[in-house]
Design a protein around this ligand. Structure first.
Ligand code: UD1
Length: 417
């Protein structure tokens, strides 16, 4: 079952509940490595990347249980194999998140070096340099990062680039280090804050998460905790864009408007009416959207994980938009596929110029990565006739029950093999 068939033309209407954030749940699950006690994580989305992380932790000897939907309980008291093998890392680059916690807790880690991926090279040099600054000895051999440290030492680390998982990896490692670690030029993403809050609930001493300087005072041991994962801001943004594109009226619940400022601002520029409550957002769009230019950058600026969806929106908007991608060097793979639906898009380097046309027509298109596949589904919702989005397994990495949620809002969408 790896295709989605979308028949365009129905405006979305109704209410949709947003799932827990994948990019917060992944590091939080790996934080279980840091303690011998049990960790109970709630609001975990049901996704392929979550299953991959659970498999990765299980093969290390960590006890992982899913007692009810959206809850994962972990206990790393019997962690015996501090290894992240190639087979798992190749399917999910975020597996690198086990590196810091493993060295901190076990004094050793072997983690397969992630290769390039569809959206770019995505090196992990900053994760490695940060751990070296904390005293870890690191060799790279046979495609594996081999890290060792009796006990990591606190250090002042200035990250060359803003890296989300790099910040998370080092924050986790520093929680059990001896002394104080200061991470400068740290990522300010809300998922970093969520992880910091989970670590704090486990007894970590962290200050400044959400700013670009995070201070972590290492402790001897961390303890168990119960923690609820924040809502997924990218899933939220994707449903908002879907509604703006189809000209619908939708209320999104169980979400957080306060972490979506850049996205909501851009959607308002398209002409959509948006009202934000505490944990709900309502959107009403009854005309063709206006084109909106944007430039991706680290939080709180416009997220790269929403770029493809806005390219789809601009493809049917009134006017011309310039979209610049500054985070990943090859993140316009969706453009070629959108063109197959009739979109008018030119790409020059890291910039796409999109001239909106109201007349997309269904075709078979191929998903190349997670957010690209979301963009193709959105285009399918407004294209004339049937759009077949092939290789939809990419979508299952990051969107829980997307076809069920879209169908409940009135979209004509089904899965086929
Ligand atoms: C995370 C998110 C991903 C999002 C991205 C940017 C998770 C699990 N994934 O990915 O959805 O698209 O942030 O918001 O949270 N870089 C280096 N060296 C490093 C690390 C990063 O050069 O050691 C570069 C990357 O190639 C990229 C940029 O820094 O160009 C930002 O990447 P980074 O923030 O690390 O992305 P991820 O954490 O992998």
């Amino acid at each position: 079952m790896d295709k989605l068939i979308v028949e365009g033309g129905n405006p979305l209407a109704g209410e949709v509940s947003i799932s827990g954030a994948k990019n917060a749940a992944l590091p939080i699950l790996t934080a279980a490595i840091l303690t011998e006690d049990a960790l109970r994580i709630e609001n975990v989305p049901e996704l392929r990347d979550i299953a991959t992380t659970c498999a990765l932790l299980t093969q290390m000897g960590i006890w992982v249980r899913r007692p009810e939907p959206r809850v994962v309980e972990l206990s790393a008291h019997a962690l015996s194999n501090p290894l992240a093998p190639y087979d798992l890392v190749k399917t999910m680059r975020a597996s690198i998140l086990v590196l810091g916690p493993l060295v901190a807790r076990c004094g050793e880690a072997r983690v397969s070096l992630p290769g390039g991926c569809a959206i770019g090279l995505r090196p992990v040099d900053l994760h490695i340099k940060g751990l070296q600054a904390m005293g870890a000895e690191i060799d790279i051999d046979h495609g594996y990062i081999h890290a060792r440290a009796k006990r990591l030492q606190g250090a002042r680390i200035v990250l060359d680039l803003v890296t989300v998982t790099g910040t998370e990896n080092l924050m986790m490692a520093a929680s059990l280090a001896e002394g104080t670690t200061i991470l400068e030029n740290a990522a300010r993403e809300p998922e970093v804050v969520d992880l910091a809050q989970c670590l704090q609930a486990m007894g970590a001493r962290i200050k400044g998460a959400g700013t670009d300087v995070i201070t972590i005072e290492g402790v001897e041991r961390l303890h168990g905790a119960t923690f609820k994962v924040m809502p997924d801001r990218i899933e939220t943004g994707t449903f908002l864009v879907a509604t703006a594109m189809t000209g619908g009226r939708v209320v999104l619940t169980d979400t957080r408007p306060d972490i979506l400022d850049a996205v909501i601002t851009k959607l308002r520029e398209t002409g959509a009416l948006i009202e934000a409550g505490n944990d709900a957002i309502s959107i009403c769009a009854d005309t063709r959207p206006l084109a909106v230019g944007l430039r991706t950058a680290p939080y709180p600026a416009f997220p790269t994980d929403m770029q493809a969806q806005f390219v789809a929106l601009n493809a049917i908007a009134e006017g011309t938009a310039i979209v610049t991608e500054t985070i990943f060097e090859n993140r316009f793979m969706h453009v070629q596929e959108l063109r197959r639906l009739g979109a008018e898009i030119e790409v020059e380097g890291n910039t796409a110029v999109i001239t909106g046309t109201p007349n997309l027509a269904g075709a078979t298109v191929m998903a190349t990565d997670l957010r690209a596949s979301a963009c193709l589904v959105l285009a399918g919702l407004v294209a004339r006739g049937e759009t077949v989005v092939d290789r939809i397994y990419h979508l299952d990495r990051g969107y829980q029950a997307i076809e069920a949620k879209l169908s409940a809002l009135g979209a004509r969408i089904r899965r086929a093999s």
